[in-house]
Design a binder for this molecule. Structure first.
Ligand code: HAM
Length: 433
């Protein structure tokens, strides 16, 4: 019987012809991260379930409905639904928070959430994210937002709005919770069951419930900005001043509360209208209480994460071109088996200088080899047969112009070929200017 197993719903394969899109986004994000002094961190794909319950929050959709959890040998593990909790856990466990502050890390990782799949919303997706620990100042918020803004600009993504808000600290949140409870109390009978329990434990979570009825009711709920304490209000004003100072455009959106419980003070999202309903390409904020809550010393921190699939989708929809990965420089076509050993040697020499070189490894005839070299998009081809080997020279064919150049098959070959190939590359660059 034929094997008919498909990839799980909400997951994607990235096949080789599309991998350059991922490389483009990842390379630019990494380059910008290093300009801001962030170093890469790698963490496990799964963690103890409790880590997410305690950080992301028991009353969030992510923890209540979307986690992939397994019990292995009586311990509960969860595939990470996001990168912050694991990253902070790793920073604490490896003593990074005892070093000079601020500590700045970035990551590229897969996340898993059991959501309803749609365009831009997957069950396995990928994030580029950053976390900065050790600064409570609004200049740090501005620096982190500026970094996200730079990545989006360097990717040439347009039509993006930066939305910022402050969701206060536990002090002002207490007053706000009271106001929310009072507001939702007499609309109780219309709320979904999950929100009913949230009303007691964490009424702010009702504000990002995905049920259409709850979100309709939430539209007229009191706004956190009206309840900020003096410290949070000052922090927010200074952040706005710094963003203005950097000429970063933003709008204040008092409805942004984010879907994860650890946030305090600043929250922000970069949103585009070009990829449909799931238009948030980046989300982040400050989480000054999380490290202490996880058993560490009180350490303010903040960060953001960008959905790589959403960035790529936006770029595709906006017709932005992606950098091409390195092309094939040379295809060596042995006429028969006797020319294979020499083909191998030449390929090895050129590969050691960093070029992509191929020779026939499937025993094709000459005509089929030429067709294959065409498919690879090789810049040059070179046929090697008895004559070429006897005379110690061959013809290098430029596949774009059809022009043929004689080249010696001796110790000068590598250098001579590199000169020709580089000349060709420069010609192409000049043509494209
Ligand atoms: P988040 O808003 O849950 O925040 O996710 C960040 C980004 O990941 C979103 O803006 C979106 O681009 C992408 N994303 C989220 N869910 C999906 C999905 N189901 N399919 C495709 N893309 C998705 C966080 O995860 C926080 N840890 C961000 C952060 C870091 N805050 C502070 N530091």
């Amino acid at each position: 019987m034929a094997l008919n197993i498909k990839r799980p719903n909400g997951t994607e394969d990235v096949i080789p012809k599309n991998i350059n899109k991922w490389h483009t986004v990842e390379n630019i994000a990494k380059d910008v991260a290093s300009m801001y002094g962030f170093k890469e961190i790698r963490i496990p794909t799964f963690e103890n379930t409790e880590l997410f319950q305690r950080s992301v929050g028991e009353t969030t959709d992510v923890v209540q409905k979307e986690m992939y959890t397994v019990i292995a040998k009586e311990t509960k593990f969860t595939l990470r639904p996001e990168g912050t909790a694991g990253t902070i856990r790793a920073m604490m466990q490896n003593g990074l928070l005892n070093e000079a502050m601020p500590q700045k890390v970035f990551y590229i990782l897969s996340c898993f959430r059991h959501e309803r799949p749609q365009a831009g919303r997957l069950r396995e997706f990928h994030q580029f994210g950053v976390e900065m620990a050790g600064s409570s100042l609004p200049s740090a918020d501005a620096d982190v937002i500026s970094m996200a803004n730079d990545i989006i600009n360097m990717l040439e993504i347009k039509n993006v709005e930066l939305k910022i808000n402050s969701i206060g600290c536990p002090k002002c949140r207490a007053e706000y919770h009271k106001a929310l409870k009072a507001y939702f109390e007499n609309k109780k009978d219309k709320l979904c069951d999950t929100c009913l329990s949230r009303l007691e434990k964490n009424p702010m979570r009702i504000l990002d419930c995905k049920s259409p009825v709850c979100s309709e009711i939430a539209k007229d709920a009191p706004l956190i900005l009206d309840y900020l304490c003096e410290e949070c209000s000052d922090h927010f004003e200074k952040l706005k001043f710094y963003l203005d100072n950097l000429d970063i455009k933003y709008t204040v959106d008092p409805k942004i509360v984010r879907g994860l419980d650890y946030y305090t003070k600043t929250v922000f999202e970069f949103v585009t209208t070009d990829i449909g309903a799931q238009g948030t390409i980046c989300g982040g904020g400050r989480y000054d209480g999380l490290i202490e809550q996880m058993g560490g010393q009180k350490t303010p921190a903040l960060g953001f994460a960008m959905g790589l699939e959403r960035l790529i989708l936006t770029m595709e929809n906006q017709g932005i071109s992606f950098a091409e990965d390195m092309g094939c420089s040379l295809y060596i076509a042995p006429m028969d088996e006797s020319a294979v050993p020499y083909s191998m040697k030449l390929a090895a020499e050129l590969r050691s200088s960093g070029l992509w070189v191929e020779y026939d490894t499937v025993g094709r005839g000459l005509k089929a080899q030429m067709k294959y070299s065409d498919k690879l998009g090789a810049a040059f081809t070179m046929v090697l047969g008895e004559n070429e080997l006897n005379e110690n020279k061959a013809k290098l064919k430029n596949m774009k112009t059809g022009e043929e150049t004689e080249i010696m098959l001796d110790s000068s070959f590598g250098e001579h070929f590199s000169d020709i190939a580089i000349g060709e590359m420069f010609g192409e660059v000049l043509e494209n200017i």
